[in-house]
Design a protein around this ligand. Structure first.
Ligand code: ATP
Length: 319
């Protein structure tokens, strides 16, 4: 292993820059050359590849987004696209690739590894929806952004005695809604993994209102359905004044938290150790604060699940 490449792919997440920095610095520390690939797999196929130095990753550890940019590419899903990518890697004499992204990006990294090009995956996505790691890079920052936003909404909810529905990201995974809901003391948390009867949600709201609560907060993951439609139903059935806030892309931006910077630094550096060890086709992760790694198949064959104990606790604390 003499030269390695690094790219970011899929949705960006805060902490990706800290991961790029760790990859570049750790590789140079071990006398490897590093090439940055811009615009994810699309840039790889197009040969958008540049040498990186220690200075290329200076002053980025605290920045959101990704200095390598990210993209989604349909063409890369085809065999021809993947061979075109490998051609570019060979042309630049690159021996191994670090892919920072979500599970879709790892599908691509798996395909490249199967075609003979070793790749290591670093989980970077706010959704925390990847098996084999307790946390993904960006989750903690996003969680804190949501908490900050809901705390602000709560002030106006109290002043006007309203029920607020906050729609957060999470198409398939309810982690953001669950953790944020627990952290802000939400009355209800609606996530794709757990079903709750509409009538029991309404009953809980009414109970709170009857004992004099000034506001109610409901956290809803986008995968459950539209916050606006849900809000309309609540207003009609519970007869409580309701407002809906869809947090949207503010959840993806911002300076990464200490937790995400440290996680990104540890995982990025570990990816280089695996490549030096000639171990392609694996994802690095963290479990119980210990760094781990699994083959991409091991990651894909296990479904990410929420912590059911936490969901139960959220119910117990919102009586
Ligand atoms: P996020 O979780 O933030 O959405 P992701 O990595 O899952 O991130 P995707 O859009 O699913 O985001 O995947 C990123 C890119 O990875 C795709 O645009 C495509 O180029 C590549 N990719 C996804 N699935 C495959 C696949 N089955 N085979 C090859 N490449 C794939």
């Amino acid at each position: 292993m003499k030269r390695i490449g690094v790219l970011t792919s899929g949705g960006d997440s805060p902490g990706m820059n800290a991961a790029i920095r760790a990859v570049v610095r750790k590789a140079i520390y071990h006398d490897l050359e590093v090439y940055g690939i811009k615009n994810g797999y699309q840039g790889l196929m197009d040969g958008n590849i540049e040498k990186m130095t220690l200075g290329s990753v200076g002053d980025i550890i605290h920045r959101g987004g990704t200095i390598l940019f990210s993209a989604r590419s349909e063409e890369f899903k085809t065999d021809e696209g993947q061979f075109r990518a490998i051609e570019q890697l060979n042309k630049h004499n690159i021996d191994g690739l670090v892919v920072i992204g979500g599970d879709g990006s790892f599908q691509g990294a798996k395909k490249l590894t199967e075609k003979g090009f070793p790749c290591i995956g670093v989980p970077g996505t706010i959704d925390n929806d990847i098996a084999g790691t307790d946390y993904t890079i960006g989750f903690d920052t996003s969680l804190n952004t949501i908490i900050d936003a809901v705390d602000k909404v709560r002030d106006t909810a109290t002043s006007h005695e309203r029920t607020y529905i906050i729609e957060v990201m999470g198409r398939d995974a309810g982690d953001l809604a669950l953790w944020a809901g627990l952290a802000v003391g939400a009355e209800s948390i609606l996530i794709p993994e757990e079903k709750e009867e509409f009538s029991s949600i309404v009953q809980r709201l009414k109970n709170g209102h009857d004992r004099g609560k000034k506001h109610s907060i409901i956290l809803l993951a986008e995968g459950v359905g539209s916050g606006f439609e849900f809000g309309k139903r609540i207003e009609e059935v519970a007869e409580l004044e309701t407002r809906v806030t869809v947090l949207g892309h503010i959840q993806r931006g911002g300076s990464p938290t200490g937790q995400d910077r440290v996680l990104a630094s540890r995982l990025g550096a570990r990816a280089i150790e695996l490549l030096i060890d000639n171990q392609g086709g694996r994802m690095v992760g963290i479990q119980k604060n210990v760094l781990v790694d699994y083959t991409f198949d091991e990651v894909f064959n296990v479904e990410h699940t929420i912590d059911k104990g936490m969901y139960k606790l959220s119910k117990e604390l919102s009586i």
